[in-house]
Design a protein around this ligand. Structure first.
Ligand SMILES: *Cc1c(COP(=O)(O)O)cnc(C)c1O
Length: 432
């Protein structure tokens, strides 16, 4: 079976032919590429074509695909039973590692980042007795009703600001403020302190492209909500164990931290954690109900534990960051030579090539990007065997499994793709 046949079968089975919208390639000229297998920094489609991968499953795979220690751990766990519906040693193994590295006193494992943020908000509402939640434009916190407001990449790529099917009564309990705007946060609390349960934020925004935080914003996040009795929810689902071993360190005063992605080594996972006294409000100790048939699943716990053990000495971070810096330099040179209207932003092993003159500092600026040029660039990169996420608003994820040769190949491809994608009169469409 070829790529096109599989896509056609999937198209009949799944809305958009995919199990998650951003995979549908709606915003770029190509069709989704069905992946048969992956190893290291490489993806292989079902026709055997090879790609250098910067999607990395949208974040978890900092060690690359099919890392031998992770594969072995999952295999061993699976042979001992795939789910128990009971406490098992794997939860304690991974939980201990996370708690030691982050200082989070108590944790709850869930099955996705969406569940982690959803539960964090329920907990914050219960703890404060208030309803309103503040989020920031362009930050994504999963697809629960109340958080799907101006939520970045997926919805932005589809040209939606919100989702249909979310009752106004629920959307209305979420306030949306501009990212990196400390004044807007202060003004919000000046007017709504009494009603506001929590502020949720990505410490480095990763779902409108990579938008690093400004110091004044981080400072305000850690002081203003607290002064008014509201909680700070730090969504480190991308950044946790990605920028370094543990949390990003950007929001040490946060009350609740959400994790996911890297801590599951590529299996479905989420977690939330915080002070013991706050976390003990979760059932069965407290009145905030949350549950999960497969939460703390032994395969997931084994993959996460093997991943953290491989990361612990810090070398994979140094390696991934060194490669990402090398990629950033190469892309910067290619941008200068092509005279493309573009810029490169990097934090650790997260990178964005924005078709925008200056690095965006918030969602409004990110939305000014030239997404038509991005689309042609994406097609030109794909034609050269480089797999980027099919959206201007997703980060490029560099892993410790990439090599200098991969980066060189990527930069050469980018130099050509930038010329091919540029909107000048002689530009070709680039797509096959
Ligand atoms: C991916 C992501 C989520 C949602 O996680 P899922 O596992 O996809 O539900 C939440 N917050 C951030 C910052 C994310 O990047």
């Amino acid at each position: 079976m070829g790529n096109a046949d599989l896509r056609e079968q999937a198209g009949g089975l799944f809305p958009g032919g995919v199990s998650s919208p951003v995979r549908s390639f709606r915003a770029v000229p190509d069709e989704p590429v069905p992946i048969a297998r992956a190893e290291g920094a490489r993806l292989y489609d079902i026709e055997g074509r090879e790609y250098i991968d910067y999607v990395a499953a949208y974040g978890p795979l900092i060690l690359g695909h099919a890392h031998p220690a992770v594969v072995a751990a999952v295999g061993e766990a699976a042979a001992g039973g795939t789910a128990f519906g009971a406490l098992s040693p794997g939860e304690v193994a991974l939980g201990t590692r996370i708690s030691e590295a982050t200082g989070l006193e108590r944790l709850r494992f869930v099955n996705s980042g969406t569940e982690a943020t959803m539960t964090a908000i329920r907990l914050a509402r219960a703890a404060t007795g208030r309803d309103l939640v503040v989020k920031f434009e362009g930050c994504y916190h999963g697809h629960s009703d109340g958080l799907l407001v101006k939520a970045g990449s997926g919805v932005a790529t589809l040209g939606l600001s919100d989702s249909a099917g979310v009752p106004e009564s629920i959307a209305g309990s979420t306030a949306v403020l501009p990212y990196n705007d400390a004044d807007a946060l202060a003004q919000w609390f000046a007017a709504h302190a009494e009603e506001t349960a929590a502020v949720i934020v990505e410490p480095v925004a990763g779902n409108m492209g990579v938008v690093p935080p400004e110091d004044a914003f981080m400072e305000a996040l850690q002081t203003v909500p607290r002064e008014h009795g509201a909680l700070l929810i730090n969504d480190e689902i991308i950044t946790g164990f990605r920028l370094r071993y543990g949390l990003s360190g950007l929001l040490p005063e946060a009350d609740i931290v959400c994790l996911g992605k890297v801590i599951g080594g590529g299996l479905p996972v989420g977690a939330l954690g915080g002070r013991a006294e706050l976390m003990s409000q979760l059932a069965p100790e407290g009145p905030v109900y949350q549950a999960g048939t497969l939460s703390g699943n032994p395969l997931v716990m084994a993959a996460g534990t093997a991943t953290l053990d491989a990361l612990r000495d810090g070398r994979p971070y140094q390696r991934a960051e060194e490669l990402a810096r090398y990629l950033q330099n190469g892309l910067n040179t290619a941008v200068r030579r092509s005279e493309a209207d573009a810029c490169v932003v990097r934090r650790g092993s997260l990178l964005s090539l924005f078709f925008h003159t200056e690095p965006p500092r918030d969602y409004a600026e990110a939305l000014e990007c030239d997404t038509a040029t991005f689309a042609r660039f994406h097609a030109a990169m794909l034609a050269r065997g480089v797999m980027l996420a099919p959206s201007q608003y997703e980060a490029w994820f560099v892993s410790a499994a990439h090599t200098e040769a991969d980066i060189d190949q990527t930069v050469r491809a980018a130099a050509e793709a930038l010329r091919e994608a540029s909107p000048g009169p002689v530009a070709s469409s680039g797509g096959p």
